[in-house]
Design a protein around this ligand. Structure first.
Ligand code: MG
Length: 252
């Protein structure tokens, strides 16, 4: 059963979420051709630690691989979990940055996709649709709705625009741990799944491919790419379900 958070816990998570949003704003001011993803990672880590928080992704383990950096930096056909490196950004790329923070024992998780300089109309539409899908999902994060309502809203928004949602990666509950129950699929059937209750906190994160939904994992154990090489976008917010509707915690 998903753990429900008290108002006090959500207040702590609001601070962790605000820090995520600060980092995403900071990175947005530095995205430009010629900047390496490692430089962005250093900016993020320094800012997170300056607030007495921990970059949650650094050392995070999945299948025996510890993630070596504080952000995920995923360019073009990389869907998520790209590892920062000396690779520099090039005009026309899109890059998704995913940030996790742990502050006073609670986590925040958010992601945004940025354009590097001028991009082609397909990539712009992909980013716009992915953000719209996130917003459509968040709008369903209300007491009395069901988890499938969020999933279906995301999927419908994406597919109505001719793109596809990644099936093999999901959003998640979040709290003291970065990844808690329930899994939040980006596809599903409205009116199905568990009822959403006050105090449930979810990281909702559509990952959207311009082409086919199939992905594969690179041998580094992290980097996830589209099989057909099409570009992919990713937006994520940590969202608390409250008596007043959805509250986005990853905002400044
Ligand atoms: Mg997440």
């Amino acid at each position: 059963m998903p753990e429900l958070k008290s108002d006090r816990e959500i207040a702590v998570m609001r601070e962790a979420g605000r820090l995520v949003a600060e980092v995403l704003e900071l990175i947005g001011r530095h995205i430009a051709p010629g900047v390496s993803t490692k430089e962005l990672d250093t900016l993020a880590e320094d800012h997170i630690r300056s607030r007495g928080a921990i970059p949650s992704f650094k050392g995070y383990r999945m299948g025996g691989h510890a993630f070596p950096a504080s952000i995920c930096a995923s360019i073009d056909e990389v869907v998520v979990h790209g590892i920062p490196s000396d690779r520099t950004l090039v005009e026309g790329q899109i890059i998704s940055i995913d940030v996790g923070t742990t502050l006073n024992g609670y986590c925040g998780d958010g992601a945004r996709t940025y354009a590097v300089g001028a991009i082609d109309p397909l990539k712009q539409k992909l980013m716009d649709v992915t953000l719209a899908a996130l917003q459509a999902g968040i709008a369903k994060a209300c007491i009395g709705k069901r988890l499938g309502d969020i999933s279906a809203a995301v999927q419908q928004t994406v597919e109505a625009n001719g793109f596809s949602v990644v099936r093999d990666l999901v959003g998640h509950g979040i709290g003291r741990r970065m990844h808690e129950d329930p899994q939040v699929h980006n596809f599903g059937v409205a009116g199905t799944g568990p009822l959403l209750a006050k105090g449930l906190v979810l990281a909702i994160e559509p990952m959207v491919n311009a082409g086919d939904y199939k992905i594969l994992f690179k041998p580094d154990g992290w980097t996830t790419v589209t099989v057909d090489g099409s570009p992919s976008a990713h937006f994520e917010h940590t969202v608390a379900i409250t008596e007043n509707g959805p509250e986005i915690l990853t905002v400044i």
